[in-house]
Write a protein that binds this ligand. Sequence first.
Ligand code: ADP
Ligand code: MG
Length: 305
Amino acid sequence: MKEVSEQLNKYQKKNLKSELKKGYVDALKKPEFKKLITLLKVKEEVALKYTSKLEETSLDLVNCSKCKSLYECTNKIQGHVFYPDVVDDELEFNYVPCKYHKKEQKILDSIKTEFFEIPLEIKKAKMADIDLTDKNRAPINKWLSKFFKDYQNNKNLKGLYLHGSFGSGKTYLVSALLNELANNGYKSVIIYYPELLRSLKEAFDDNSFPERMKVLLEADLLLLDDIGAESVTSWNRDEILGTILQYRMDNKLPTFFTSNLNIKELESHFVTKNQAEEQIKARRIIERIKQITDTQELISENRRK
Ligand code: ADP
Ligand code: MG
């Protein structure tokens, strides 16, 4: 009995080996696969165990050979190649970043702003890249340039309440200024306001709340992005926003806001119940925002793809 099963085992192993070999030999007919094997200098008896993974690698490499930027990457993990290391006669596969990904990472690493839930293209915003042909933006560009210049001599400047149409570039423009100043050594913080509120609620549970608030209170420059898109509670309006505004006003630290709502609409947004007391509280917040900012409007084409 034992002999039979051993025989069977041997037969199956042999069969498997010839199957593997067949798949491998087939794959070798593809020039890109052959090229990869030559490049890796891996022994045939090792390589044939990994034929399908190596085929994935060679497909990634073919994509890469035609690719000109991170944004056209068609590999399974964007900006990465599924690539093997030869370790003790075995192959270990990892997703390795490509040259475009590395370049992008280097740019991102060079930006000193602290971000929270902000898209990549905004993180890379630079004043030098601001589109000067858009006439609608001229007054805002002027305001931003003046702020940049004046801030070197006076840290107690008013920030900006920038409101207007969706996708017109509000977040981009303010971020370009704050990134520029961050690279000049100032502490810039840019946060997507609705998400901040959600995360601050969680921060209560893991006791990181004071530390997180401290960042917002003490940043040299702060952008509360998309204020008015959050769902208002008396807690987030009075305890969070009220506290941030009061501290930054007392310490004369510039604060920036972007919003789809103008200041009047924002005031109504802050009234959660139709009560006189609510209206007073909303008014108090609005008065603080008005005190610490200039207002600009940006109505322009939607640049979002
Ligand atoms: P808003 O905050 O007004 O809704 P965004 O600032 O998010 O609009 O801009 C919309 C899109 O346009 C974003 O993808 C942003 O990266 C892009 N964008 C805006 N301004 C510029 C610019 N000057 N140069 C390049 N891309 C820009
Ligand atoms: Mg925005």
